[in-house]
Design a protein around this ligand. Structure first.
Ligand SMILES: *Cc1c(COP(=O)(O)O)cnc(C)c1O
Length: 406
């Protein structure tokens, strides 16, 4: 593998991607974050750590995930589309890659207790899973409103042995759960590690999460070379909530200017409808969860509640790497509404027999807008499977399914 660490699209020693990133944290958190900053690279670079990480990815998660050439989808869009099948991972999405990496790191740091925040519950389930795997106690903070909306994931976390702590402050959703997790960490600096679930948060989290997820693009290069004779595609597409699956899918192509990077955001009911999560269009620079990045906020700095039918994309910010990639022009940003994503999910299901997560369906729905050529090789990160979204699909798709059979 090349050493890419000197490139401008990678984090600098201060934790910045261009003007974005850094670590804006309360004094009380300084010790925890500093310990992580000083040790994460050294631990991750240990051959024994890499061996443990890759053994678990192989034997427990089921990696490498296939790179699947989708013939009927390709025909439909008159280009060559390959799906990176993160939906086939244990627990159903890419989030487990990061959770495995961080639990191994926590153990190397001597931590004996794990905390996490979760919105829809996908990251909570991944964290509860790895805690069961290694036998560490796990506390997941979750907004009271989300607990009511995501009952199956709450049940999964509890069955896995995690304690799910309801958060009753604020809007009782993800950002309030994050605040509670941070408060817990301040109170338990010695024994606790906080597993953040996306490429967000104070440095070193965005870089650490990106590196754990970079196994996605590492595999894409090898698999594409095998299947097509070249390791660079013409484009890589991924949906972006906080940005971890996109960061992992882009990582080894960041410094390959011939590879288009396409980030797809949730436009909810429409970018300018007042019910959207299209951060790269609506966001302005500010600080959220310890990082300077693009976020949706009012003129006086109040965070605007995001909206997307897809819980995993329902985030008011975007990771600092993506803010930099988009603002510098290295990555293109597209956005897709709830309705378009639902149609994208049905289309993949009918053309390829794969029911995608609603988040991944956003990337699928943007294919037609990316102006690909017939010879282009396009890799799309299929971040997760649709099991968790069946209630949403049943509610929204029963009429259109009769009429839109391709
Ligand atoms: C959580 C989630 C996402 C969004 O998170 P990123 O950090 O932006 O990748 C996308 N897809 C699935 C299936 C998820 O569970």
């Amino acid at each position: 593998m090349h050493d890419l660490t000197t490139s401008s699209y990678h984090v600098d020693t201060e934790g910045y991607y261009g003007p974005f990133g850094g670590a804006f944290i309360p004094e009380m958190l300084y010790g925890n974050v500093e310990q992580l900053r000083l040790t994460y690279r050294a631990i991750m670079d240990e051959p024994e750590f890499q061996q443990d990480f890759h053994r678990l990815l192989r034997d427990y998660v089921g990696r490498p995930t296939p790179l699947y050439f989708a013939p009927r989808l390709s025909e439909c869009y008159n280009t060559r589309i390959y799906l990176k099948r993160e939906d086939l991972n244990h627990t159903g999405a890419h989030k487990i890659n990061n959770a495995i990496g961080q639990i191994l790191l926590a153990m190397r740091m001597g931590k004996t207790r794990i905390i996490a925040e979760t919105g829809a519950g996908q990251h909570g389930v991944a964290t509860a899973t790895v805690c069961a795997l290694v036998g560490l106690p796990c506390v997941v903070y979750m907004g009271e409103l989300d607990i009511a909306r995501q009952a199956p994931n709450v049940a999964r976390m509890r069955m896995l042995g995690a304690e799910v702590r309801p958060v009753t402050s604020g809007s009782r959703t993800l950002k309030d759960a994050t605040n509670e997790a941070i408060r817990d960490w301040i109170n338990h600096p010695e024994d606790t590690h906080y597993i953040i679930g996306s490429a967000v948060g104070p440095h070193p989290y965005p870089d650490m999460v990106t590196r754990f997820q970079s196994v996605i693009s590492e595999e894409i290069r090898t698999q594409l070379l095998d299947q097509t004779g070249r390791s660079n595609p013409d484009a890589v597409m991924a949906c972006v909530g906080g940005g971890s699956n996109a960061a992992g899918a882009f990582y080894h192509f960041l410094d390959q200017p011939d590879v288009r990077l396409i980030a797809v955001e949730a436009a909810g009911l429409g970018i300018h409808s007042g019910h959207s999560a299209a951060t790269s269009v609506l966001g302005t620079e500010g600080i959220i969860h310890g990082s300077r990045t693009l976020l949706m906020q009012t003129d006086d700095g109040q965070i605007v509640e995001p909206y997307s039918l897809s819980a995993g994309l329902d985030y008011p910010g975007i990771g600092p790497l993506h803010a930099h990639l988009i603002r510098s022009g290295r990555a293109e940003a597209l956005s897709v509404t709830d309705q378009e994503a639902l149609e994208g999910a049905l289309e993949l299901t009918r053309l390829e027999g794969i029911i995608p997560a609603l988040e991944s369906a956003h990337a699928l729905a943007a294919i037609g807008r990316a102006a690909f050529q017939p010879d282009d090789v396009v890799v799309l990160c299929l971040s997760g499977r649709g099991d968790k979204d069946m209630a949403t699909y049943i509610e929204h798709l029963d009429q259109s399914s009769e009429t839109s059979t391709p």
